[in-house]
Design a protein around this ligand. Structure first.
Ligand code: PLP
Length: 345
């Protein structure tokens, strides 16, 4: 077997959910869109349900169907994209709760599934999803008179605590929702960390559950080990990989490991990241290719059977820094070829 092993620590996942839950006095939901940020929604969502989560969020109805099959009938499953044309059977049959984004979606929902629960998503300045203040004013009375379970909005800059946008969106959310008697939700992971004013009745953490910033105290959840396929000795002056981008300057022991950009190891990490053998870092040398990486292990005392890419030594955010992206993208790029193994929970 030469695929990488992605070990997902369900105990750390549950711990992160509980730690975020303990920061507020309100309900803590769980965002498990995009296959639980790449970690495998079935196992992850069941572990979160055991930890205490009762409300889950996904991006699209199709994800909600899969999640309902994993979780059974009880948890609430909310769909950020709302009620799209073609979603009605999935929403009705699987008991999904669409977060309605437009007047058109509200009409579709009330006409096609009268009495079926829904939520409302409001735009408070991000200009991505949700009704703006005028549309909301025109339908609020109708919506709130039906089976509306939640009114929510989303913060654009919650990972920057001092950003003035946070206060601006909080004020706008109050303006649009004060006085209603339906539960309200504003905070993702970053919003939880902004403090109690942002918590309302329900929080919606995603990335913090999976060990990513801005939840700096999170325990790492994803551990990735890549098997060594081949060992070779390279003499000074020899080059390695596509484009000859690395040249040996000393007698070098090189290993080739099984992962590449098709597995989410972004090509920008060529000559630009370390893998780890226990506590010892070893550099990637040469280009990352589609399925393979070459690593200089000259300084190790032994030839490793595998090297780790993600561990307590090197988190998704370390890799994101090197790749010029965010932990979210590192997680959701984790390859479909890796064997996912689950521990704890
Ligand atoms: C993805 C998402 C979340 C979770 O955000 P994190 O930053 O991962 O905690 C919450 N709410 C909405 C609307 C989202 O799209």
């Amino acid at each position: 077997m030469s695929t990488g092993f992605l070990n997902i620590d369900l105990t750390a996942l549950a711990h992160n959910w509980q730690a975020l839950d303990a920061m507020t006095s309100v309900e803590t939901a769980a965002v498990v869109k995009a296959d639980a940020y790449g970690l495998g929604v079935d196992k992850v969502a069941r572990a979160l349900a055991r930890a205490g989560a009762k409300t889950f969020f996904v991006a699209v109805a199709e994800e909600g169907v899969k999640l309902r099959q994993a979780l059974g009938p009880n948890p609430a499953i909310c769909v950020f994209s709302g009620h799209m044309r073609g979603d009605t059977d999935m929403i009705g049959d699987m008991g999904l709760t669409p977060m309605i984004n437009t007047v058109g979606q509200l009409t579709r929902h009330l006409e096609s599934l009268p009495g079926h629960p829904f939520g409302i998503q409001l735009d408070t300045g991000m200009n991505r999803l949700g009704m703006e203040i005028d549309d909301w004013a025109s339908v609020a009375e109708i919506a709130l008179g039906q089976n509306c379970q939640l009114v929510m909005s989303h913060l654009a800059c919650a990972d920057e605590p001092d950003h003035p946008m946070n206060r601006q969106q909080l004020d706008q959310f109050h303006l649009m929702t004060d006085g209603i008697d339906v539960p309200r939700s504003l905070a993702q992971t970053g919003g939880i960390l902004l403090g109690p004013e942002y918590h309302f009745d329900l929080t919606r953490p995603g990335v913090g559950l999976y060990g990513g910033l801005p939840f700096a105290d999170a325990q790492p959840v994803a551990h990735l080990d890549l098997p060594v396929i081949q060992l070779r000795d390279v003499a000074p002056g020899e080059t390695v990989g596509y484009g000859n981008t690395w040249t040996a300057e000393r007698p070098t022991k090189l290993v080739t490991v099984a992962a590449g950009y098709a597995d989410g190891v972004h090509r920008i990490l060529s000559n630009n990241l370390q893998l780890w053998h226990g506590a010892h870092p070893v550099p990637i040398v040469g280009r990352v290719s589609m399925d393979l990486i070459t690593v200089d292990v000259t300084d190790l005392d032994e030839v490793p059977g595998s090297l780790s890419l993600l561990s307590a030594n090197q988190t998704v955010d370390h890799i994101a820094d090197r790749a010029g992206t965010i932990g979210y993208e590192v997680l959701t790029s984790l390859g479909a070829r890796y064997q996912r193994r689950y521990s704890g929970g």
